[in-house]
Ligand binder design. Structure first.
Ligand code: ZN
Length: 259
């Protein structure tokens, strides 16, 4: 079920954001000369090579945000860009080579999630529901749990407040050392979403922390065997009411994290 209102709101916000984002990117360019190994231009080239839309790449002081809700730290992005440059220069490449997007076996059977105390009950319910959703996918070694102390946390969930911005929540991708995305930030501006939409949104964000890109956009590598169009996938970039994973979502998870 498609909440038209949200989609429309998203479309309007997006137009605004493209304008905002480009001015942001301009501003940050000048402050980012501290990055010695890979220039902003090289990192931008790398991101566009992954299929990310150049117009939706936002550099901040210590991180980059792509497609509104997917985040990488600058050191991580630099590392990836350097590796990518080396490979372009003729390093080893094989057909089935995976990018550095997924969680290693050290962490993927128990992704430890910690929820900051500032997160309201309704979102906590959604977070627990999202953990249950991912844990219920059959035929995969992927597992998640919510821990009650911040020590040993892999993925931290916390509140942000960005009134008028289109992102409901945003998340880091896994890092090149195989760790899950370090955090999910929830935009308090969307506290009024229904429980069902909150559940969809958080399940989606955890999808990013375990290595999924957006199914309705062209960044990242298509996972062979999964549908190329999957309108109800949890990894679409707009929020739906939660109605379960699609068979494509399940298959993709089983392929990335086989038992
Ligand atoms: Zn997303």
């Amino acid at each position: 079920m498609y909440p038209k209102k949200i989609q429309l709101k998203y479309a309007i916000c997006l137009a605004l954001l493209v304008a905002l984002f480009s001015s942001c990117a301009q501003k940050d360019k000048s402050t980012n000369e501290a990055a010695p190994e890979a220039s902003i231009q090289e990192m931008t080239n790398y991101l566009t090579s992954l299929g990310f839309d150049k117009q939706k790449i936002v550099f901040e002081a210590d991180r980059v945000i792509v497609e509104s809700d997917i985040i990488m730290t600058l050191p991580e992005l630099q590392q990836r860009t350097i590796t990518w440059n080396k490979e372009k220069a003729g390093g080893p490449q094989t057909e089935q080579r995976r990018n550095t997007y997924i969680i290693s076996n050290t962490y993927n059977n128990n992704v430890r999630i910690f929820i900051e105390s500032s997160v309201p009950t309704a979102w906590r319910t959604a977070i627990q529901g999202a953990v249950n959703n991912w844990n219920a996918v059959n035929g995969t070694r992927l597992g998640m749990s919510i821990i009650t102390s911040a020590s040993g946390v892999y993925t931290r969930v916390f509140m942000g407040n960005a009134p008028g911005q289109s992102w409901i929540a945003r998340a880091y991708l896994p890092t090149s050392n195989g760790r899950p995305g370090v955090s999910v930030e929830i935009n308090a501006y969307f506290n009024t979403l229904s429980a069902s939409q909150k559940l969809f949104a958080i399940t989606h964000e955890f999808g990013h922390t375990i290595g999924f890109h957006h199914t309705n956009q062209t960044s990242g590598t298509h996972i062979p065997g999964t549908p190329t169009v999957d309108a109800n996938s949890v990894m679409n970039s707009f929020v739906l009411n939660w109605a379960g994973f699609t068979s494509g979502d399940v298959l993709a998870t089983q392929i990335l994290y086989p038992q």
